[in-house]
Design a protein around this ligand. Sequence first.
Ligand SMILES: [Zn+2]
Length: 215
Amino acid sequence: MIKINDNLVIKQNFISIKRIRPATKYKKNSLTIHSTANPKSTALNELGWLSNPQNKRVASWHFAVDDKEIWQAIPVEETTYHASKREGNLNSISIEICESGDRLKTLLNTIELIKYLKKQYNISKIYTHNDWSGKNCPRVLIDKSQVKDGLDFKWFMSELEKKEVVELDWKQEIIKKSLELGLITDKEWLNKSEEKATVWFVLAVANNLFKLLKK
Ligand SMILES: [Zn+2]
């Protein structure tokens, strides 16, 4: 299980079926959004289908997201069969949006997952299945007859961007304030808001604080 924020975790149950998990490893440089084309199935149902003996298809994914949870079926480094194109299968992380349940919640969960993956795997490019092969997928975002309450691809991408900007602003503000106060002195930190604080950094801040209090 991987915690991605206070309300959301990634549950993992890796499948072991060679047909859809060849276990070949490739570096991922993008992610691809799909939807399940099944209005009733949850993320757990989708996971179950992958290892269902009746399933003979060569189709697999890394993550499936519904309004309550996220399931991961295959490690990110490995190939999944999702894009209908070799490059997409090898180099792109695959995400299935479930069509069941509360659509807004499902899409917001997907956005949280994408934010996490972008940061974790240094990914900037986001594709739809449609970009790779022209398939009507993710239909819940790109097919007018399937989009609910205006929650389409344009909305989805702007929401993702908005959340990322807010997060960056929040961290940048703290760094700016700390520079003003003299807690940190190196302006370079403005470009490092995503870095983790080292022991030395924390001690330097403590030293500066001590100096300031002694004045
Ligand atoms: Zn698809």
